[in-house]
Write a protein that binds this ligand. Structure first.
Ligand code: NDP
Length: 452
């Protein structure tokens, strides 16, 4: 039998090979490291996983599509962006994962997100594979008409690659209900099909699921609550810092408040707001969802309890809980040290890979409960899969039913991660638990389906 350290050496060789074969994709390298550095115990224990080629296939996307997206701005000038869809792994079901519109998007970013998505989707226990897509298009400051023309052009290529049984995109950074509407409209027009299961995150009058907008944020708070229960505490009376002010952040704050915690921050790329009375969600939603404004407007309108800190990071505000909900690598080693100094008890990732590897290490060493995004933010994709189920059955469930299913799924993900970590001698290590449990499910399906 191969030992753990021999297995780790093999995995380290593979990581070097991944870096060599995928140059200039640092986020993808980071995501691959984060998973492969935790798999040695399970690969050493179960010889079938050491089969040559299994992990090599897992780190290579099944298909990668890159395309030109030309569109006209309101002045009639032609703009050209780049579109991506990476169909990473379909061993468990149709590729499933969001679309991100942000100027930082490139192939490496989409591959990191797609790779994470494989394990996240496996953890939900539902029949969905992993994929991700997007564009370097920046929707900030664009009119509705410009966003519509961009989405229509994007879908004019994307439609060939997606379908309810093939690949089902959803939203992510820069892609919310408005964009999904324009994308769905163009898909319907080109294909002449009412295929509601082709996209999730749709509007509620035309195939969307109740609780889908809330699902990622609500799910993350439920995951954080489960981690706190393991420590003999609940969320009541805890102070929380949340970064971001988009879909995930807003519904994270909403659920924290509902469970008795005090969420005192939100942020965007201009800086952060701290509000000692707790974030006023009606005001935040008005500014972000209706006016599409910046967070400094919140501080201006809220009065004495709130202040705006330009360019600052929410992690400097003392708190019991931290829920990063903006973007990758937004919480680094220095931030982790500050959080620990201020007595943080749990960090739960609403965003994908928001915590750098050094920061994760520091938090875990300090005994802080750490919930990795692929487990903690899986509620969004889980409710997307429930949206697909409703579309397939041509029915729609009540909000109460969807929320109950979401709560059951988050509890089950927490239990799976917790038990798997214990089984592999890493008690309390949710990173190891999530990676191994997700890996086992995908690897078993891949082995059963042969070398494809
Ligand atoms: P939104 O576009 O709704 O909001 C993103 C928020 O993060 C905005 O406040 C934005 O500020 C901020 N932000 C984005 N990029 C940066 C950056 N480079 N620097 C500083 N701030 C930034 O996106 P979501 O809320 O949907 O997504 C947030 C995170 O959650 C992402 O990591 C996403 O992958 C992850 N996620 C989302 C899911 C979903 O269901 N939507 C599901 C699972 C994970 P600004 O407007 O100034 O850019």
């Amino acid at each position: 039998m191969t030992t753990r350290s021999e297995t780790q050496t093999t995995l380290d060789h593979l990581l070097t090979e991944i870096e060599h074969r995928n140059p200039a994709q640092p986020e993808f390298h980071q995501a691959a490291h984060e998973v492969l550095e935790t798999l040695a115990p399970v690969v050493a224990a179960r010889p079938e996983y050491a089969e040559p080629g299994l992990i090599e296939r897992l780190v290579e996307p099944e298909r990668q599509v890159i395309f030109r997206v030309p569109w006209q701005d309101d002045q009639g000038r032609v703009r050209v962006n780049r579109g991506f869809r990476v169909e990473f792994n379909s061993a468990l079901g149709p590729y499933k994962g969001g679309l991100r519109f942000h100027p930082s998007v490139d192939l490496g970013v989409i591959k990191f997100l797609g790779f994470e998505q494989i394990f996240k989707n496996a953890l939900t226990g539902l029949g969905i594979g992993g994929g991700k897509g997007g564009s370097d298009f920046d929707p900030h400051g664009r009119s509705d008409a410009e966003v519509m023309r961009f989405c229509q052009s994007f879908m004019t290529e994307l439609y060939r690659h997606i379908g309810e049984h093939t690949d089902v995109p959803a939203g992510d950074i820069g892609v919310g209900g408005r964009e999904i509407g324009y994308l769905f409209g163009q898909y319907r027009r080109i294909t002449n099909r009412w295929e509601s299961g082709v996209l999730t995150g749709k509007g509620q009058g035309w195939g969307g699921s109740l609780i889908r907008p809330e699902a990622t944020g609500y799910g993350n708070v439920l995951f954080a609550a489960a981690m706190m229960r393991e420590r003999g505490e609940d969320l009541e009376g805890q102070t929380a810092v949340v970064s971001g002010s988009g879909n995930v952040a807003i519904y994270t704050i909403e659920k924290l408040t509902a469970l008795g915690a005090n969420a005192v921050t939100c942020s965007d790329s201009s800086g952060y707001v701290v509000d000692e009375k707790g974030i006023d969600l009606d005001l935040l939603k008005q500014i972000k969802e209706v006016e599409r404004g910046r967070v400094d407007a919140y501080a201006e309108r809220r009065g004495a309890s709130a202040r705006f800190v330009p360019g600052g990071r929410v992690w400097e505000v003392p708190a019991d809980l931290a829920l990063p909900s903006a973007t990758q690598n937004e919480l680094d080693e220095n931030d982790a040290a500050t959080l620990i100094r201020n007595g943080v008890k749990a960090v739960s990732e609403g965003a994908n890979m928001p915590t750098t590897p050094e920061a994760v290490h520091l938090l875990q060493q300090a005994g802080v409960a750490f919930g990795p995004g692929k487990a903690a933010n899986a509620g969004g994709v889980a409710v997307s899969a429930l949206e697909m189920a409703q579309n397939h059955a041509r029915t729609s469930w009540t909000a109460a039913r969807v929320e109950e299913e979401l709560a059951d799924i988050m509890t089950s993900i927490h239990t799976t991660c917790h038990e798997t970590a214990e089984r592999y001698d890493a008690p309390g290590d949710y990173v190891t638990g999530a990676n191994i449990a997700g890996f086992e499910r995908v690897a078993d399906a891949m082995l059963a389906q042969g070398v494809i």
